[in-house]
Each structure stands twice: as structure tokens, then as C-alpha cells.
Design a protein around this ligand. Sequence first.
Ligand code: ADP
Ligand code: MG
Length: 836
Amino acid sequence: MTGIDSLRNVLELERQKGYTDKAVIGGLDKYLHKQAGQIRQSLVLSLNEVKTKELIPQLLNGFDELNIAKSNYGSYGVDERKRWMTNVFGWLNKLEKTTKTNSSQQPVVSSWKAEAEPGQKRREDLDSPITVIKGITPNVANKFAKLNVRTVGDLLYLFPRRYVDYSRRKPISELIEGEEQTIIGMIWQARVATLGNRKGTEAIVGDKTGNIRVVWFNQPYLAKSFRTNARIVISGTVGLFKGHKVFESPEWELLKAKELIHTGRLVPVYPLTQGLYPRQVRKWTKETVDGYIWQLSDFLPSEIKTHCQLLDLPDAITQVHYPDDLTMAERARGRLAFDELFLLQLGVLARKRDWKEGQPGNAFHIDQEVIGRFLQCLPFTLTQAQERVLQEILTDLKQAKAMSRLLQGEVGSGKTVIATLAILIAAANGYQGALMAPTEVLAEQHYTNICGYLSQVGTQEPSPRLRSGQGSEPGEGTIRCYTGFLSRPLTIALLIGSLSSSEKERLHDRIKEGKVDIIVGTHALIQKEVEFKKLGLAVIDEQHRFGVLQRSALRQKGFNPHVLVMTATPIPRTMALTLYGDLDLSVIDELPPGRQVVKTKCLEPQYREKAYTFLHRQVSNGRQAFIICPLIEESEILEAKAATTEYERLSREIFPDLKLGLLHGQMPGNEKEEVMRHFRAGELDILVSTSVVEVGIDVPRASVMMIEGAERFGLSQLHQFRGRVGRDKEQGYCLLIPEKLSPEARERLRLMEKVHDGFALAEKDLEIRGPGEFFGTHQSGLPDLKLAKLTDLHSLELARQEAITLFQSDPNLKKAEHQPLRQQLSRVWAGGAEWS
Ligand code: ADP
Ligand code: MG
């Protein structure tokens, strides 16, 4: 891209923007004054191409008469601006006519012309492979591909990680050792020199105030580029060598007419990959920004830009790469981050709308009698929060639209009861209800609990046997039948992987024939062999343990069943609405009364013995305890080994008189389940475990949770662990034993001692660790965020509000002015079908 080309592009843009002086940041004059030299230089070069040499003086004079180095465009009125523009274009056209490098070599300009009727053409250049940029060979392009940069447009969106501030220019005599500074000087001398034992380049650079030695290690070839008397810009940190100031391997740039990109400014630091070098990447991003930015149409409606005080897109992209100053860099990032969140929110809203509109559902009749009968048999009354959420769910179930609801609630807040009621309603309506849990133990627990509730009211009938042969006592097993609840017998079954294949088969048959009303299970529920006769409601417990795919797999087992997903990992509302934007949100924000707070204490490692004594005493009083081993993120195998060693040590040296169990991720599934079963049955006193200890597990007699290496876990995770104890009237205890206690870790763990509200802890946790750990945004099918942070709730809320407003005015983005936005949306949301 030559100076002339950019001049033309900028002026076209300015014309397009209605002579508002908005084509470039800081105004056209600033641009012209800065670029005049380069434009003239590129003019001189292009004059070589002029066929009729007699025209050359005329063209040069014509240019000088335009006097763009001293333009005064900003001060003109619109008419004057138009006149001035016509003048310049007159000259540009003359130049174009006389040179042979017309359209074929100026794709940028020609394609814009096609854009005169607004349309798709314009993006074509941005969608071209980056190899159209000079110097980017296919080989280099492969390296860029590793950074997910394939097209020109991608390169515009390759954002710097950060900037190095080389904007502080100093006279040589005033350089300060140890600071990042920039000088502009003349090369007195440059030569290949031996530095250490390696060849490098050494130069003496001087300005009016003095001289300084500059060396580049291992780069002898630079010497050739440094002609004596050339002007050079040096940016870097000043060091001291034998008492003299020196720049060691600084950034450098020969001072020509063009803009500085490596020195003397905020210099962008790009993500790199092997074989890509900072100087090259800067050169290419600069060329791309200069050459293509004007093709980028701003897809944001202008009301939103005004309302949120956002930069225009071309400005934002220009400034994010080569910012005028840090404020501009911030504003640029702000605009681009807004785009990400706004597009995210729009997509999420569209998904939700499509789901709701596109999915007719089964309207259930709500039989108050069934509900009353069930509530009566509970040994407690529902909390207000449970009541509220129950009503929300019942309201959904009454609709002829499929429910799609997320139920959030603290550990122990009583989500299961609510889910059970919903399932009963489905059954009362002649539909099947399924409850899927992430582990067998949890599924079994739900099964036992639900059966427990049902047996309070109904009478258990001899159940149809699944296990062949004798041996199994009647009533035990994986299917039970209750009368007295509905007008017909109610059948409930447990479907888990560890059933024998003949048991599974028989159960599959019954489910298919519609002979089972309630099915509780694990992933086994979504295997392809499982067919429901009439699935009306699917409930997914501990939803974050499942991916979206598994979620939708269960959903697809029925004809648009109502879906309720539950999670005990609380996240702030705005974030929940974003991540699970296709779901409605219910929150149980109240624990059942009398639930005691688990006493939490952070102990220095030297008090570990005391902790053991405490555990021992608790066990003697008939309680049980967990000991969690430190998290080893790099390797589950190492973690399992460490846990095994710890288990052996504890069994032998500390608690030889007690029964200990071991649980880790490397054990086969059925072994794990077996250990948990023993523990739950009270056959083990202490369970030594890695972090795999099941979420959602209810072991009423467990009263102590001791966590080794506590500082390695996130707060939410610690809170989940803590939720495993103190589940009945007895006091629960949580002992945190950090391995190393940095001041930050101490502060974090202190929070655990003081804060018992899972939401507050989750928010803190998000602040500290970011959402990546919380929810794989990758698996959630959401677009990637490069600049925006899901933890920035304020921005998230702002983008959401703007998206909602826009959505209300033009839900299908049909308005002409929203077409660019619509296109951008389908680009960002790969599954952009929602918008077609
Ligand atoms: P979670 O929300 O963690 O899934 P659960 O549904 O497992 O919670 O409930 C935890 C315990 O609290 C269970 O033993 C349940 O019977 C009990 N529970 C649920 N609701 C109430 C209530 N309103 N009052 C007292 N106990 C309750
Ligand atoms: Mg639960």
C-alpha cells in the first residue's frame, strides 16, 4: 500500500462519511500533515510508471499546489470541504489515468468502487488469505495459521497482548539508566564487532546533546543497514557498561518519512509463534491496518455507539494496534470488547427466542392434590425460596411450550425435592420423567431419596424383578412400584452403567413400553439403546458436570420435553444469563432453617497433629470424616499416587485403629462407586480422597472435612467440599491445611472462615481465577472472547441491556440498517442458522 493509495482510501472514506472529518482519528489535517512526505515519495515512485514523460512536471506541480502538508480542511464548512475534495480527486484521477498501474494492481481501490452500491463485495478483500499481503509467503501464512490468523480480516483482529511504552523521547544527554526511553539521532558509525565471544553490531549514535553506544548482540547483519549519517530512532532500556551508558539490543527504526512502528511510541506486542518475529508482525499489521481498515464496515448501529460512547470500528482497530496513547488504547479495547459481549448477548437471546418459539411443548395439568399429597409426606415444609421456584416451574409446565430452565441453588438448598415434584407432575399427566446425575452414587442417592418420599404416602407393591434368579430380596433392585399416589401404580427405576446387561435390557424394554414412569440414572440414560415411550420432563442434576451435547441428548429423547437443569455452582446472575442464556433462571437463595454453618478453620501445617486428634474424637462419637489430598493439576496419575501414599501412611501411622477408604480418579468406576457405597453405609470411618469426591453426595453422618493443600483449590470448590459435611443436626467442621501460605493464600482462605454464602464466594473466585475454571466456555458452544472478560459484570450487563433493547425493536434484524450487524453475527456464531 503506497502513500497515494492510502490517501485515496482515506479521502473516499471521508466522502462516504459525509465530509464530517471523521475518516481518521484526530482529523484529516493531522493525517495529511503527517503523511505528506510519504505521499510525495510514493508519488515520485509511481511517476516512473507514467507513460507520457512530459506529464511528470505537471503532476508534481499539481500535487504541490494542493499543499496537503498545510491543509486546513478541519476549518472549512461542508461546501468548502466538498470543493477541496473534488480538487484532490481531480488530481488523483489524473494521476491514475497516466500511470499504468490501474485497477489490476490496486484491488483495494477497485473493490471499493464496487462497494458504491453497498453490498458484499467490500468484505472480499478482508476475506482474502493473508498471502495477499506483501512479504507473507505461504510458509509465513502457515505460522500465522497457528495463531488462527488466515485472512486479512483475521490479521486486523490479531490484537496486541500489550504495549511497550517507547513514547518518552529524550535528548541523549538526559537519558536515565534503567528506564525505557527513546532517542532520535544520527548514526556516526556502525560496524560488526565482537561482543562477548559472539559477533554483533555496534554503533555510535549522536544528537545535539551527546553520543551513546548502541550494541546488538548476535546480529552482525544489522551493521549493513546502518549507513553513516542515517537518522535512526532507538527505543529501549538504557544500561551501564564500564561506567558508560549504552543501549543493549534495543528496538530500532531508521527514520524515514513514514510513521514509526517499532520505536518512539506505544509499540504493540503481538502474540507470536515459532518463526514469527515481532518486527515482521508489526510491519504486516501496520500495512494491513493502513491498507484495509477502510473496508471494515462498522456493524454497530450508531445509536448504540453514541449511547455507550464507543469508538467507530475502524478507529478502534487502528488504535488497538497503534494507539496514539494509552487512553486511546483503552477506548479501542473497550469498543472491541463491547462488540464481543454484544454479539454474544444477541446470539444468546436469539437462541432463547428460537428455542421458545420453535418448540411446542406438552402442557401439563397441575393436579394440586398430587402436590399436596407429596408435600404432606415430607418431614419438613418447603422454604419460601423453594415455594417460589416451584411456582416458577409449575407455571412453565402448564404452557404448551417446552420449559427450559436452570435451577441454581446452594449445596443443600433442597433442589432435589423440587425436581421430584416436577417429575411427579409429569407422571400424573401420563408422561415419563427422567432425572440424570453425573455419577452412579449420586443417581442412587436420588433414587433412594425419591423412593423414600414416595413410600411415605404410597404403598410399595412387590416390584417387577429385573434381576434374574433368586438371591435378590424382593423390593431391592432397580425398579419399584408404588400405589396410592396416582390413580394407577407409579413405577420408578434406576438405570446405571453397573447394571448387568440383561438387567439393562429388560429395563430398556420397560422404558420403551412406557411401563416405567420415573427413571433416575447416569449417562446410561442417554445411550442410544434407551428409548422413552413418552418423555415429558428431563431433569439434569449438577448440570456443569455435563456438556451441552449431553444436555441436548437427553432433551432429544422425547418430543420437546420440558427441561430442568440444576446446579450447585452458583454464578452471578448476569453471567448465568449469558452462559446459559437459552435457559430461564430460577434461584433457591435460602437454606432450610436450622442448617448450621460449617465451622471452618485454616490451620498452619504444624497443627496437623491436632487436627488428626480432632478427627479421631469425632469418629469415636460416631461421626465420619473426609480427608482431601492436594490437587496436582498436571497429572491425575501423580495425584492418585500421592493420595495412595497418604492413605497408606494415615492407615498405618495415624489411624491404625480406624477403617479408612481411598478414592481417586484412577480407580475404575465400579471400584469408586463401591468405596462411596461403603462410606455412605458407615462401614468406613474416614475417606481419603482426591478432589473426585462426589459433588452432591449426602453422607449425613460425616462431620469433618479436612483439606490438605487447601490453597490449591478454588473457593467454590472448597465450598463444595465443605457442603459435604454438617448435613444433619450435628455440627460440621471444615479444616483447611495449606501447604504453603502466601499472604494472598492466607487472605483467600480467611474468606472461607468468614463467608458461608456460596454466591459471594463464587464471585470472589471468579474475580481471582476467571471463569475458565468454572465453566468451559469452549464446551458451551459460545464464541471465543479475546478482549472481553465474562467477569466484567458491568460490561456484561451493559452489552446485555443494549442487546435487549435492539432485540425489542428489531427481533429478527430485518431492518436495512441492521444488515451489517446481522452479517457479523452469523460470522461470529458459527451456528448462525438462527439468523437466516
Ligand atoms: P441440593 O440442593 O444440594 O441438591 P438436596 O435436595 O439434596 O439439596 O437437599 C439437601 C437435604 O436437605 C436433603 O436431605 C433434603 O431432604 C433436605 N431438605 C430439602 N428441603 C428442605 C426443607 N425445606 N427443610 C428442611 N430440609 C430440607
Ligand atoms: Mg443435589
